[in-house]
Ligand binder design. Structure first.
Ligand code: ZN
Length: 47
Protein backbone atom coordinates (compact mmCIF):
# COMPACT_ATOMS: atom_id res chain seq x y z
CA UNK A 1 0.00 0.00 0.00
CA UNK A 2 1.37 3.42 -0.87
CA UNK A 3 1.94 6.13 1.67
CA UNK A 4 -0.82 8.22 0.10
CA UNK A 5 -3.31 5.34 0.31
CA UNK A 6 -2.53 4.94 3.99
CA UNK A 7 -3.07 8.64 4.59
CA UNK A 8 -6.37 8.44 2.73
CA UNK A 9 -7.61 5.49 4.77
CA UNK A 10 -6.80 7.30 8.00
CA UNK A 11 -9.13 10.14 7.09
CA UNK A 12 -12.38 10.27 9.03
CA UNK A 13 -15.54 10.21 6.90
CA UNK A 14 -16.99 13.71 7.03
CA UNK A 15 -20.26 13.36 5.13
CA UNK A 16 -18.77 14.77 1.96
CA UNK A 17 -16.15 13.84 -0.57
CA UNK A 18 -12.71 14.89 0.66
CA UNK A 19 -11.71 15.83 -2.84
CA UNK A 20 -14.69 17.54 -4.45
CA UNK A 21 -16.92 18.17 -1.38
CA UNK A 22 -19.90 16.48 -2.93
CA UNK A 23 -22.30 15.40 -0.14
CA UNK A 24 -22.02 11.71 0.76
CA UNK A 25 -23.33 9.31 3.36
CA UNK A 26 -21.43 9.19 6.64
CA UNK A 27 -19.28 6.16 5.93
CA UNK A 28 -17.65 7.11 2.65
CA UNK A 29 -14.72 9.48 2.21
CA UNK A 30 -14.88 9.83 -1.57
CA UNK A 31 -17.70 9.80 -4.08
CA UNK A 32 -15.72 7.55 -6.39
CA UNK A 33 -12.40 6.02 -7.27
CA UNK A 34 -11.51 8.96 -9.46
CA UNK A 35 -11.70 11.37 -6.54
CA UNK A 36 -9.78 8.99 -4.30
CA UNK A 37 -7.03 8.68 -6.91
CA UNK A 38 -6.91 12.41 -7.50
CA UNK A 39 -6.67 13.00 -3.76
CA UNK A 40 -3.77 10.54 -3.53
CA UNK A 41 -1.96 12.31 -6.31
CA UNK A 42 -2.31 15.67 -4.65
CA UNK A 43 -0.99 14.21 -1.43
CA UNK A 44 2.07 12.84 -3.22
CA UNK A 45 2.90 16.24 -4.64
CA UNK A 46 2.15 18.46 -1.69
CA UNK A 47 4.20 16.64 0.91
ZN1 ZN B 1 -15.65 13.50 -5.19
Amino acid sequence: MSEAARVRQALPPKGACWYCDKPLDNVRRFCGKECADAFDEEKEYTR
